[in-house]
Design a protein around this ligand. Structure first.
Ligand SMILES: Nc1nc2c(ncn2[C@@H]2O[C@H](COP(=O)(O)OP(=O)(O)OP(=O)(O)O)[C@@H](O)[C@H]2O)c(=O)[nH]1
Ligand SMILES: [Mg+2]
Length: 320
């Protein structure tokens, strides 16, 4: 791969070049890293919107509807990253997503990338961050990142986003299972999708009372964001405009409050931190003489040395 040429092509909007570049970035190859470095200065422009929630709540449908709305009303280029950490083997949900996103895929202003976890090296959040960075550099002004809200790795993924939508559906909200998993804390906007189904009011009420507890005393404070609770029927394109407005309000809030810069800084700092750790471990592994690890491990297992001493022994090899 001619990396400078690929970087230029990506900046020009060449979709094939972007697709190839993303594959390199996803696989964390030297070419992928170089590409990201070459294009890094171009990035930092996109509004990153995380979309998470329990399985089947309508995340893909909403992403689809939002992307179509942005295309129709603002003519911005829209990137979509669908991350599926829960089903690395079946790929069932991914296939479903592809089918539903098919209508978007024919629009040259929309770029859809599906990522399976398949035990991603360096963590899925890290890979997703890199993929998003490349799309950003390629000039996608809005990037929607869909992930199934189930645990820490999804929380890490949505931390990438400037604005996080948490999607609920009637019925799920009643036992508050889906909400409990720390996911409410990361929500900037709460969406009760499938508002055509019974139980919407209950779900809304449950969310509102949780929000009231969480944000008590901050009502009317312009420096404090209280997540709005919105209804939608994604499958009928209802509630999409109001959702897009809320997203825009949140973006304005972030920029006016300085939170936008804070989130950017936290994200880049986190990335630097992870990379320093990764590179240190890699350099250490390369410097490690053959058998050194095995010998230290044996000494540890026979209790001739303590874990702390063992770690100190192994770290002697970092100095190249
Ligand atoms: N009745 C109703 N059905 C909806 C609505 N939005 C989405 N659906 C349907 O719900 C099902 C799941 O929608 P998806 O958009 O795939 O949901 P998802 O959250 O992306 O699902 P996973 O990615 O598998 O977790 C599909 O059959 C949609 O057509 C809605 O507002 N009302
Ligand atoms: Mg989906």
């Amino acid at each position: 791969m001619d990396i400078p040429a690929t970087a230029l092509a990506i900046r020009r909007g060449d979709r094939l070049a972007l697709a190839r570049g993303l594959t390199q970035v996803e696989n964390d190859t030297p070419a992928g890293r170089e590409l990201l470095s070459l294009l890094f200065a171009e990035g930092g422009q996109a509004h990153l919107i995380g979309v998470t929630g329990a399985p089947g709540t309508g995340k893909s449908s909403l992403v689809n509807a939002l992307a179509a709305f942005y295309r129709r009303t603002r003519q911005v280029k829209v990137g979509v990253v669908a991350v599926d950490p829960t089903s690395p083997f079946t790929g069932g949900a991914l296939l479903g997503d592809r089918v539903r996103m098919r209508d978007l895929a024919t629009d040259p202003g929309v770029f859809v990338r599906s990522m399976a976890a398949r035990g991603a090296l360096g963590g899925l959040a890290h890979t997703t961050a890199a993929v998003v960075q490349l799309m950003d550099a390629a000039g996608y002004e809005v990037i929607l990142i869909e992930t199934v809200g189930a645990g820490q790795s999804e929380v890490d993924i949505v931390r990438l986003a400037h604005t996080t939508l948490v999607i609920e559906a009637p019925g799920l909200g009643d036992d508050i299972q889906a909400i409990k998993a720390g996911i409410l804390e990361i929500a900037d906007i709460l969406v009760v999708n499938k508002a055509d189904q019974p139980g919407v009011e209950n779900t809304e009420r449950a969310l509102m009372s949780m929000l009231e507890m969480e944000h008590h005393g901050f009502e009317g404070d312009p420096t404090h964001w209280i997540p709005p609770v919105l209804r939608s029927i994604a499958s009928r394109n209802e509630g999409i405009e109001a959702l897009a407005e809320a997203i825009q309000r949140h973006q304005i809030f972030l920029k006016n409050s300085g939170e936008w810069q804070r989130r950017e800084a936290a994200r880049l700092k986190g990335e630097l931190h992870v990379l320093v750790q990764e590179l240190l471990v890699q350099a250490w592994q390369e410097a490690l003489p053959e058998n050194a690890y095995q010998q230290t491990l044996e000494a540890l297992l026979s209790r001739q040395t303590s874990p702390h001493q063992a770690a100190q022994d192994l770290l002697r090899y970092t100095h190249r």
